[in-house]
Structure formats: C-alpha cells, structure tokens
Design a protein. Structure first.
Lengths: 294, 200
C-alpha cells in the first residue's frame, strides 16, 4: 500500500506528502514533544492547498496518519463546514483512512479553532492548524529577537501588554489566541482557539500537536502537561460565559455560537461543537428552543 | 561488501515507516511507557529490531548518524546507506542520531549535542540498545506525558547511566532525548522527564 490507486486513475503516495518531507516533519514532531511549547522550525515545502485548509495542520496530519486511524476534522466546532468536509475527503482519498464526526471514536482530530467539549482520552491526538505561531510577534516583529526572548524567558513584555488591556478595558480583553505558559517554561500561542478552550489544554490526556504552515513551525503539548493561561492575582483568568443555555440541547457549559434563524432575524445561541450538541439531543436533552433564547 | 549481502529494509517502506513513527511518537509523548514494535524488518547483527525500526523510519541523507565502536561495521553502514541514504559520522559531536549499547550510555551522553538556547531542537537523539525492560531497580519518572509517575527499568542501566540522564534533565530545555531500543519494543525518556533512582 505504498501508493493508493484511486477511481480517477491517479496514484498518490500514502497520505499525499513525499517520504522525505514526512521524515523531516516527524523528526521535528519528536523534538516538539520533548520540549513542550517550544516552536521547532521545519523546512516544509509549499503545498498547493486551497485557502483556509491550513497547510501546517495538513502536513502534521499527513506525517502522523497510519492506516488504522479514524480521522475527525472540525472547522470552528463543526464537522460539516466546507473546509472540514473537504479536508476529511482529502485524507479519505489519499490515505484511505476511516473518518468520523464522533469525537469519542476518533483517533486523530484535526481542528482550526475549537477543542471538542467532550474530554479527550489517551488514545487520541489533536492536531491544530495554526496561522500565527509566535505569541510574541505582535510585541516584537523580528524573529531573531523573539527567539532570544524565549531563550532567556524574557516574558515581561507579554505581561505588560495584558496589563494594558486591564487598564484600558477593566479586564483582559483578549478572547482568542490567549497566551499560555507550557510546562512552566515556554509561552505559547494556543492558535486561534477561544480562551474558553484554554483550560481543556491543561493536563489533557491526549497529545496536542500544532502546525503552522506559512511560518513553518511545529510545537506540541504532551499529555498531562501543565498549560496555564497568563493572568494576574487581582485579575485572574476567566473564560467566556453565556447567560442562557444552548437553545437546542440545553448545555450550560459549552461554547455557544449565535445563529440567525430566519429572514426576521430571529437569533439563537447553540453549541459550536455540533457533535456534542447532536449527541446530547440524541440522549434526550432539550434546550429552551429559539423563543426562550431571545 | 556487495549488494547481495544487503538485508532488506521495511517490507512496505511507506506503511511500515508510518506505523513505526507513530510508535516512536507515542513513546516520546509518554515517557517510560514501553511500546511493542508494530512491524519488524530484518536485523543485521549486532543491531536489534527496535533500533532498526528507529533508523529506517527517521534517518535520511539530512541526518548524519554515529555508531558506537561495538555496533560499527561495514554491514550496518552499508545497510543504512542503502535503505536511508544517511551518512555515517565518525565525530560524535556532529551526529544527529547516535546508536550505542546501553553500557556506553554514560560515556556517550557527555559528547552528544544538546542544542543551543535559541535552538534547543538542534540536539542529538540517543538510541540505547537494551536487552529488555523488566530489570530490577530502575527509576521513577515524572513530568510531561506522565499522569502521576511511571516506574521504568530497562536492562543494563547502571547508577552512572542514570546519573548521566539526571544531569541531562537538568539542562532542560537543552539536552538529549533518549530512545531505549529493545528486541521487540521501545521506550523513551525525553529531556523534559525528571528521574528519581529506585533501590534495586
Ligand atoms: Zn447544544
């Protein structure tokens, strides 16, 4: 099964990437796991991919996939967005792997924004596609300088920036890509996930891998590793909260998206994690429905 | 030596490298957890099956590797050259991968690259060939990848060898990552793991 012959008569190398690229990424992944939160540079090649696919995530997934994997792909929290569907189909085609929308049954989950609401387990790997891997980039545009700051653990500026938020807004206004400290050493950007998901990264049973295609960086959080959101004693880290439960499944502890229901602009708040929401509805949980949610 | 002396590599190179790598990744992500090899490839003496799996899945022309004198022979160098294209490196300081019998561990660790402050990834990976994983004594491991603690006792480790790994852990985030390669399984201790020696 070195190559997969497809209906269209074309042959792909298993999981699309050539073996030399996979080996290079595999070696980078091992270093990333050994130094949690540190960004390992890799000499990735340009991959012809549609915009929004996230070549970093795709390259990591392609390098770790094995034939027995069951792959789940989510974009925001949903399995059925255009991107999620096409990435899933892509790996079905080039790697012949099974796919699922169920968090529980997946061995490998590729995500762009969300961490599933259901706690992940030991047999799972979560792959994040990351647009901007460097948490210090907006403070310091020069790579040589950010590297030095990480090397010397010079993270004072990051705290200053968060404190300026507090001075301006009365609280830390950063809600996405909220910086974390990993294993009490490196400050890491948890990709464009909402800060709601930060606590799920902490001591997660699954292995978490991050791929940034444009900047060619790979980083990782091994299972059961401390991941702490930066904060201050007088302004502790807090996650987003909603006034109402999910309109469809009644969940009170999940990340909600606002959706417009009709031309009259009827709105409703529902779980962004579609698998979580449908699983709960199948179990008999019910939300207040759209009227009550307004 | 001639081409006819060469043993085959992986039977299905792409698939076998993929499943071998997942085992190595899993081992690195869960220090001290002993993983069975998912595939085996022919093993030229005096290597063992796990060390061959590591070599065939990770080496290529970009990765100079070093062999301890006891493992160094034309057959091995020819085998790696043919199946991976990796160059043998006589200077241990320049090696990205170093293969050695576990008895050499304390000595070898002193010479391996530990990376730099700005590029801790530019460090060597050590592959220690061990007879097995059910020895007495050993160490208690803690740190990333380990929920509470994990007891780990590969064969052939001495106090000196454990001391060398303890010193290595103190260099974090610099340091060497070690893969323990056995006859049918492997395990790893990355630099992030903290060790406490147990009474034998
Ligand atoms: Zn819901």
């Amino acid at each position: 099964m070195s190559t997969e012959t497809q209906d269209d008569g074309l042959e792909y190398n298993f999981a699309y990437l050539d073996e030399q690229t996979k080996r290079m990424i595999r070696r980078a992944l091992l270093k990333a796991v050994a130094v949690p939160g540190y960004q390992v540079p890799f000499a990735g090649r340009e991959m012809p991919m549609p915009y929004g696919w996230g070549t970093g995530g795709i390259q990591v997934t392609a390098s770790i996939l094995e034939p027995d994997d069951v792959l789940k792909v989510i974009d925001q929290g949903a399995d059925d967005t255009t991107n999620a569907v096409s990435i899933r189909k892509f790996f079905q085609r080039v790697a012949g792997v099974a796919t699922t929308e169920k968090t529980e049954g997946a061995t490998l989950i590729q995500t762009r924004h969300r961490i599933p609401e259901m706690p992940l387990h030991e047999g799972q790997i979560l792959v994040y596609q990351v647009p901007i891997p460097e948490p210090l980039r907006f403070l310091e545009p020069r790579e040589t300088e950010t590297r030095k700051m990480h090397a010397l653990e010079e993270y004072g500026l990051m705290h200053v920036k968060l404190y300026e938020d507090i001075a301006r807004h009365g609280h830390i206004a950063t809600t996405y890509a909220y910086p974390v400290k990993v294993n009490d050493r490196y400050i890491m950007d948890p990709s464009p996930t909402p800060k709601f998901d930060n606590p799920k990264m902490n001591r997660c049973a699954a292995l978490q891998l991050f791929g940034a295609g444009r900047e060619k960086r790979i980083y990782a959080v091994p299972p059961y590793t401390d991941v702490v959101s930066l904060d201050f004693e007088d302004h502790p880290f807090e996650i987003q909260a909603w006034d109402n439960p999910c309109s469809l499944c009644g969940e009170t502890n999940s990340f909600l998206d606002e959706v417009i229901m009709d031309d009259q602009g009827t709105r409703m708040f529902v779980c962004s994690d579609t698998d979580h929401c449908t699983t709960r509805q199948q179990q008999g949980y019910q939300g207040p429905g759209q009227e009550a949610a307004e | 030596m001639s081409l006819t002396d060469l043993a085959p590599g992986f039977a299905d190179p792409v698939r076998d490298a993929a499943v071998s790598f997942r085992t190595i990744l899993d081992a690195m992500a869960r220090p001290g957890d002993v993983k069975s090899l998912p595939v085996t490839a022919p093993v030229p003496a005096p290597f063992n099956a796990a060390a061959i799996c590591v070599a065939l899945s990770l080496l290529d022309p970009d990765t100079p590797y070093w062999l301890a004198p006891d493992l160094r022979n034309d057959r091995i160098i020819g085998h790696f050259s043919f199946h991976t294209g990796a160059p043998f490196e006589a200077d241990i300081h320049k090696a990205q991968f170093a293969f050695f019998p576990v008895a050499d561990l304390a000595r070898v660790m002193k010479d391996l690259s530990i990376g730099t402050d700005e590029y801790p990834d530019r460090s060597a990976t050590a592959i220690a060939l061990v007879p097995g994983f059910d020895s007495a004594g050993g160490v208690r491991l803690a740190g990333p990848g380990i929920e509470t603690t994990c007891d780990f006792a590969p064969g052939g480790m001495t106090t000196d060898a454990w001391n060398a790994l303890e010193r290595n852990a103190m260099l974090f985030p610099l340091g060497v990552d070690t893969i323990f390669a056995g006859p049918d399984s492997l395990a790893a201790i990355p630099r992030s793991t903290r060790l406490t020696q147990l009474e034998a």
